[in-house]
Design a protein around this ligand. Structure first.
Ligand code: PLP
Length: 389
């Protein structure tokens, strides 16, 4: 590396991801059982691929689209937001983005000035924390209440608000805990945001993967919150379209031109071929969503049953949503989740994600993904049962 190379302080402060470190280590070992993948293992349904192929054959994907995304797609998104999220929107309030991630980054760049504080209920998706740091904002990590099933701690959030607080950023269903914040909690959060003139940025990536009697609630559906919310969504999880890199955000008319100013230098527009695939996803049959959800429900229950057999090692909150769970390591070596995960990988050939990757409140936990075939879960737990005997 040249001596002239001087990385920005902005990126230098970002710590190496424990997730990537575990992925690297997992590749060095043969025949690993993976419980660390947080992406759909199936391919996108055929009609979605066909939609993209048709657009390619018709010569529609060679150029840029309008920055906000093709109008027909935004019109379909508007219908979906009304039907499934109870969010009334117009096509002009939508920006199609490069996955939810770019939408979140655009929203953060449009809202956060250097030194502004952003409250993140944690454990949370670690990329959110990094995104705030990249924007020179200050992440303020407020622990979820684990005793109450990783619920939002409204009192603690209230106490964390300072004159510098600009926004609250959360994901529900939550990665890594699998919690679905209730409508009641989110209405309390909304009231707090309005009282303190704060913005709320949501990540609703797992909106359709909710189990038992739990319901996904979009805070953007509360009419009084219209001007205070940027809601971010994705096709990644819903339609198993991880690699297509396609998502969208919705915000009030007054905010959209500002968010677009962030979107254009990051992306110009979302990949056009993926926009046509997304259009096929929204216009086509929706049964794949139910199929994915039914599969995750089955694998969630299997994982919980298998964890019950290891109750002297792990204690868990049953996830209400997503395809992730976050058991606490009660084993004596569980204080250092990174060391625990490395040992489990090396000695039992089971790959998991250390809780510390999700903020300091994630320490002494593991993230396990049940977005895998049942055989994979059984193989991993058979190995752990032998290992912990
Ligand atoms: C909570 C959450 N948000 C966003 C993403 C990434 O979404 P996208 O592929 O749409 O950028 C993930 C991926 O794991 C996630 O877990």
């Amino acid at each position: 590396m040249s001596n002239n190379w001087r990385a920005s302080n902005r990126v230098k402060q970002i710590q190496k991801s424990a997730i990537h470190e575990m992925t690297r280590l997992s590749k060095e070992i043969d025949d690993v059982s993976f419980l660390s993948w947080a992406k759909p293992t199936s391919d996108a349904p055929k009609h979605i691929n066909d939609g993209a192929i048709k657009a390619i054959n018709e010569g529609l994907v060679g150029g840029y689209s309008t920055n906000a995304g093709i109008l027909e797609l935004r019109q379909e998104i508007v219908k979906k937001l009304k039907r499934d999220n109870n969010i009334p929107a117009t096509p002009d309030q939508i920006i199609v983005t490069v996955g939810a991630i770019e939408g979140l980054m655009d929203a953060i760049m449009a809202i956060i000035d250097p030194g502004d504080e952003v409250i993140l209920p944690t454990p949370t998706y670690s990329t959110h924390i990094r995104q705030v740091i990249i924007a020179s904002g200050i992440p303020v990590l407020v622990p979820l209440n684990e005793e109450e099933g990783f619920a939002l701690d409204i009192e603690a959030i209230k106490k964390a608000i300072t004159p510098k607080t600009k926004a609250i950023l959360y994901c529900s269903p939550n990665n890594p805990t699998g919690t679905v914040f209730s409508e009641k909690e989110l209405r309390q959060l909304a009231a707090l945001a309005l009282e303190n003139n704060l913005m709320i940025i949501t990540d609703e990536a797992y909106e359709y993967f909710v189990y038992d009697n739990h319901k996904h609630f979009s805070i953007g559906s509360i009419p009084e919150m219209k001007k205070n919310v940027v809601s971010c969504f994705t096709f990644t999880k819903t339609y198993a379209m991880t690699g297509w890199r396609i998502g969208y955000l919705q915000a009030d008319d007054a905010l959209i031109p500002q968010i677009k100013k962030a979107h254009i230098p990051f992306a110009i527009c979302a990949p056009v071929v993926s926009q046509y695939a997304a259009l096929a996803a929204l216009k086509g049959p929706q049964d794949c969503i139910t199929e994915f959800r039914d599969h995750y429900l089955k694998t969630r229950d299997l994982m919980c049953d298998r964890l019950d057999q290891l109750s002297s090692i792990f204690q868990y909150v049953k996830p209400a949503g997503s395809y992730l769970m976050f058991p606490k390591i009660v084993h004596e070596e569980g204080q250092d989740s990174m060391a625990f995960c490395k040992k489990l990988l090396k000695e039992a050939k089971v790959s998991t994600t250390p809780g510390i990757a999700f903020g300091p409140t994630g320490e002494s936990h593991l993230r396990l993904s049940f977005c895998v075939p049942e055989e994979q879960i059984n193989k991993a737990f058979d190995r752990m049962e032998v290992y912990f005997k």
